[in-house]
Ligand binder design. Structure first.
Ligand code: GLP
Length: 260
């Protein structure tokens, strides 16, 4: 795992965009996309570069989202399908049929997880998976207690996560209780995991994920089992990391030929 302590959320966004663009430039990329507030500056940076003619072509790119609410009306603006289209894939000109998420239709719920796993395998797996971290250490919608080997399935959100996400809905009562989410085992299959963490509210969860024991009690600690993880964090998010000076030394001494 490489932890990159950066000065600001803007630097996190710029480096995050560099990682995504490098995968796209390599050709035929499969991108794993996260929702939540944290990746938005990275998405805006990708769009800014694309609009300025500085970004790569997104022709041939395929996208898979991490998770989806269950029980929202089709097309609801806070569905993750609609959110990703609005915040990233539409502005980059990636057609809707190249963006997939777990299907929340009630009739198909019992098989939705298995079907999503099949789609991910059929696409050849995810090249770069963007991740945020919940204040309780959740990844995607894998709440504490989730199996470290889990695959895409139906989950029930904690009160804390529903409270955290109420800002997108107006009130906690409108936040769905159920979701479909890639499992922690699903996330581990992506070839490169890019965790973005900004702001003081993420400091404790980030420290537990990076330096605490690997445990289902902190789902994001499963990242310690993956061979290629990059953590981009800003000053307020890094404050709980006991080895942060070392991470900075490592990054400052990084050979120019060695990418992220
Ligand atoms: C949500 C999403 C996660 C996201 C997390 C943190 O519940 N399902 O993928 O990483 O919460 O969100 P934010 O970045 O808004 O803090």
């Amino acid at each position: 795992m490489e932890v990159v302590p950066l000065a600001s959320a803007d630097e996190v966004a710029a480096l995050g965009a560099d990682v995504v663009e490098a995968a796209v430039r390599a050709g035929g990329a499969v991108l794993g996309l996260a929702t939540g507030s944290t990746p938005l500056p990275t998405y805006r940076e990708l769009i800014r570069r694309y609009d300025a003619g500085l970004g790569p072509s997104y022709d041939g790119v395929r996208c898979f989202t991490l998770d989806e609410y269950v029980g929202l009306p089709a097309g609801h603006p806070e569905s993750y399908r609609a959110t990703i289209a609005r915040e990233l894939t539409d502005p980059l000109g990636i057609p809707a049929d190249r963006v997939q998420g777990p299907s929340p239709e009630l009739a198909g719920l019992p098989t939705a997880g298995a079907r999503y796993e099949e789609a991910l395998v059929a696409a050849g797996g995810v090249d770069v998976q963007i991740l945020g971290i919940g204040s309780d250490g959740h990844l995607a919608f894998n709440e504490p207690g989730s199996s470290l080997a889990s695959l895409t399935r139906l989950k029930t959100l904690t009160e804390e996560t529903r409270r955290d996400n109420a800002r997108f809905f107006g009130s906690i009562d409108e936040v769905p209780r159920h979701v479909l989410t890639q499992g922690l085992g699903t996330i581990l299959r992506a070839r490169h995991l890019l965790l973005l963490a900004t702001g003081a509210a993420k400091a404790a969860a980030l420290a537990a994920a990076v330096e605490g024991p690997v445990s289902a009690s902190c789902p994001a600690s499963v990242l310690q089992l993956h061979p290629h993880v990059t953590v981009l964090c800003d000053g307020p998010a890094e404050t709980g990391l006991t080895r942060r000076d070392h991470y900075r030394e490592v990054y400052d001494a990084k050979p120019a030929w060695q990418g992220l």
